[in-house]
Design a protein around this ligand. Structure first.
Ligand SMILES: [Zn+2]
Length: 273
């Protein structure tokens, strides 16, 4: 799908939980062939923490773990609800256990999509879960991997109020003007391949390249709806940014890689140059 991808370095985020284990080797192999330097495997709830750690141990120096409690928790395949402090209680001991291995805390954030929040108290419990994890990230000196949906402004404002300095806002759906408040705070924004079918062109235009990272959010947010996304598709994001910003693909790859290594210093010291 990607025209030109000279196979240099860049970073992708991948969620391990919905990639079936039977073809994970192939997914990782294809990512390497596509020139990716490292993958960040991101958790959503404590039930998958061990699996993420296991994955990072299976691919040392290539897959890096990130643990956190997502603002939306799944109770069953059909049923989801906002995160609560109880979800944190299950997660914190495992985060503590693996703290030295983690490259970030996440996925954390706020999701005010109407079906997940009935009232103000639901929003408040999501805020409490985020605030606590922002404190933990600070204590561990780790960046936050942040999800926000229908909550761009409250998310950025909360992060700033909590004094968060290192954050990656993934698949940001808020206004570009709100994103620019995040840029002022030094936050990064990662662009998934689904950007080619979204209306966030203005966001990419306004964000300085120095604040952009690439992500795939695999297996979600691929170039085609309902088709499983993979880390190798990260080139689609890079090509889109290159086109919208009128800069070369090489520059997009180089700058976003440097951004990612600045954001995740532990990856920088763990990978081979
Ligand atoms: Zn997300």
């Amino acid at each position: 799908r990607c025209r030109t991808w000279p196979g240099r370095t860049t970073l992708a985020a991948v969620w391990s939980r919905r990639i079936p284990s039977w073809d994970i080797d192939e997914v990782v192999e294809n990512s390497k062939k596509a020139g990716l330097l490292a993958l960040v495997a991101v958790a959503e709830h404590s039930g998958e923490f061990e699996k993420i750690i296991e994955l990072s141990k299976r691919f040392p120096g290539f897959v890096f773990p990130c643990l956190g409690v997502h603002p939306v928790q799944q109770i069953s395949p059909e049923q989801q609800r906002g995160a609560s402090v109880q979800d944190l209680d299950a997660a914190l001991p495992v985060i503590e256990k693996y703290k030295d291995h983690l490259v970030a805390i996440g996925e954390v954030g706020l999701d005010f999509t109407p079906r997940y929040v009935n009232d103000e108290s639901d929003k408040e419990s999501q805020r409490q879960v985020l605030i606590r994890q922002a404190q933990i990230a600070k204590e561990l000196d780790l960046p936050l991997n942040v999800h926000s949906r229908s909550a761009g402004r409250p998310t950025i404002h909360l992060l700033k109020k909590q004094g968060v300095q290192k954050a990656l806002l993934h698949a940001f759906d808020g206004k570009p003007s709100v994103a620019m408040e995040g840029v002022k705070a030094g936050y990064f924004f990662s662009i998934p391949p689904s950007i080619i079918r979204s209306d966030q062109q203005k966001l990419v235009k306004q964000l300085p390249l120095e604040n952009i990272c690439l992500e795939t959010d695999s297996p979600a947010l691929g170039p085609e709806k309902q088709v499983r996304n993979e880390p190798k598709n990260i080139c689609i994001s890079a090509e889109y940014i290159s086109k919208i910003k009128g800069v070369s693909l090489e520059e997009v790859m180089e700058v976003t890689t440097q951004n990612a290594l600045r954001l995740f210093p532990k990856i920088k010291s763990a990978i081979r140059p």
